[in-house]
Write a protein that binds this ligand. Structure first.
Ligand code: SAM
Length: 199
């Protein structure tokens, strides 16, 4: 069915703010509500596509629909999640595409997440609920970042950490005018508008 003019205008408006140079890599995030909440935040901030290493007990197909729950608010329709076989391989693949990879990981070289420049092509690496980011993936990343904590509990829920960091990235990008000018090429924007309008 053809979209209404209003619907098509909304699709174009959203795509004109998409940030192809901002993404996340979810390393074995295994709870559907966390995956769904992260993808929903990605949509809100304008992440074009996300990346994930499926949990070891899952399959790549798990990222093609049925691991999302109502928490996603249908955001997974608008943010593609690309599967990867392993975290270190995914980090290297993203770096070879020009992304700085920031691992959310406590280490000797960790810095406050607000001290990074998110106007650069950036991928935020998020860890599994139980184990966090592996040392190997954290070592392969360009920097290790942490959200300072002042409470009794040592870590945040992964989707809350993702939202905090992505909205800091969004704040910096807004200040730099990156939501004011389309970041997608006119051809890519038209192609995606057609895809979204006629799913
Ligand atoms: N036991 C795990 C560990 O030692 O890393 C805790 C993992 S935490 C529940 C799940 C994920 O949330 C982390 O891998 C990271 O991606 C993110 N996270 C949680 N708290 C964070 C913080 N204070 N700073 C940065 N990322 C955080």
């Amino acid at each position: 069915m053809a979209p209404t003019p209003e619907r098509y205008a909304k699709i174009r408006r959203v795509l004109s703010k998409r940030q192809p140079t901002l993404t996340v890599l979810m390393d074995e995030v295994n709870k559907p509500h966390n995956l769904s909440a992260i993808v929903r935040t990605c949509d809100a901030v304008g992440v074009l596509e996300a990346h994930a290493v499926p949990p070891k007990h899952g399959t790549l197909a798990a990222f093609e629909g049925h691991t999302y729950d109502a928490t996603s608010g249908s955001a997974h329709k608008w943010v593609r999640v690309n599967p990867h076989a392993d975290a270190v391989g995914a980090v290297r693949a993203l770096q070879s595409r020009g992304f700085q990879v920031l691992a959310t990981h406590l280490s000797q070289r960790s810095v406050d997440y607000r001290d990074l420049d998110y106007t650069r092509p950036t991928c935020v690496l998020l860890g599994a609920e139980k184990w966090g980011v592996s040392d190997e993936a954290a070592d392969a990343a360009d920097a290790n970042i942490v959200i300072p904590m002042y409470g009794m509990v040592q870590s945040l829920n992964v989707s809350v950490a993702a939202a905090s960091i992505l909205f800091e990235a969004g704040r910096q990008r807004l200040a730099a005018g990156m939501y004011g000018t389309p970041q997608l090429s006119p051809q890519a924007l038209e192609a995606l508008a057609f895809e979204w309008a006629y799913p």
